[in-house]
Design a protein. Structure first.
Length: 221
């Protein structure tokens, strides 16, 4: 069998076209984000679809997300929750540091029909997470915010996740910068540190899926 030199971007487009197509509401969030000048840092569609499938695999009812932006990944997550989740008290709790972005996310998620499933909390996750005392442990935690904060967020994820729950971290490959020994920027070092912490933490069993910019997936033991 001959070797292939297919562009990884072409492979991702192939997967997206068949398994991760955006509907009108997802496209709207992305376009509004662009129009508002928000940074293009939301999950890749293929990554968001992977997160959605993983949540469905474990029957997730309560999910915590750190980093809302305009609600793109939140919509994928909300749609992963079971149909009867409203009756069972399930929900997505998502944290956004910027009040204007939080307000925009609420509006767009309401428009997409999932506003009642999503609690958008405003504020610094470093302050909000330690104060978070949920009625029940979370089934999954997605970390997609400031990279320098991830090592600290891991401590709270460990506390808030149920046994068998999922830890999900986007940008785990950081556009390949994690393997560049010359890259000593704070964000890159924080991502490497988070990998080391998780790899040596007996509370987690984890690896990295090479989708999008890398998705770290860990199980809370």
């Amino acid at each position: 069998m001959s070797s292939s030199s297919v562009d990884p971007t072409a492979i991702e487009r192939y997967i997206e076209k068949r398994f991760a197509q955006e509907d009108g509401r997802l496209v709207e969030i992305r376009r509004v984000s662009e129009a508002e000048g928000l940074p293009d840092i939301q999950l890749h569609a293929v990554t968001a679809r992977t997160v959605q499938l993983l949540l469905r695999l474990i029957g997730a009812r309560r999910v915590l997300e750190v980093g809302t932006l305009a609600g793109y990944s939140a919509l994928w997550i909300a749609r992963a929750l079971p149909r009867d989740v409203r009756k069972q008290g399930g929900r997505l709790v998502t944290i956004e540091v910027d009040p204007e972005r939080a307000a925009l996310a609420r509006k767009l998620l309401d428009r997409a029909g999932v506003g009642d499933l999503v609690e958008v909390h405003e504020g610094d996750a470093h302050e909000l997470l330690p104060a978070l005392v949920p009625d029940a442990a979370f089934d999954a935690v997605l970390l997609d915010a400031d990279k320098e904060g991830i090592p600290a967020y891991l401590e709270e994820a460990r506390r808030l996740l149920r046994p068998g729950g999922l830890l999900l971290i986007d940008n785990a490959l950081w556009r390949g910068r994690v393997v560049d020994e010359a890259d000593e920027e704070a964000s890159t070092r924080a991502i490497r540190k988070s990998h080391e912490l998780i790899a040596h933490d007996p509370a987690f069993d984890a690896s990295i899926l090479p989708v999008g910019d890398g998705l770290l997936v860990g199980i809370r033991l």
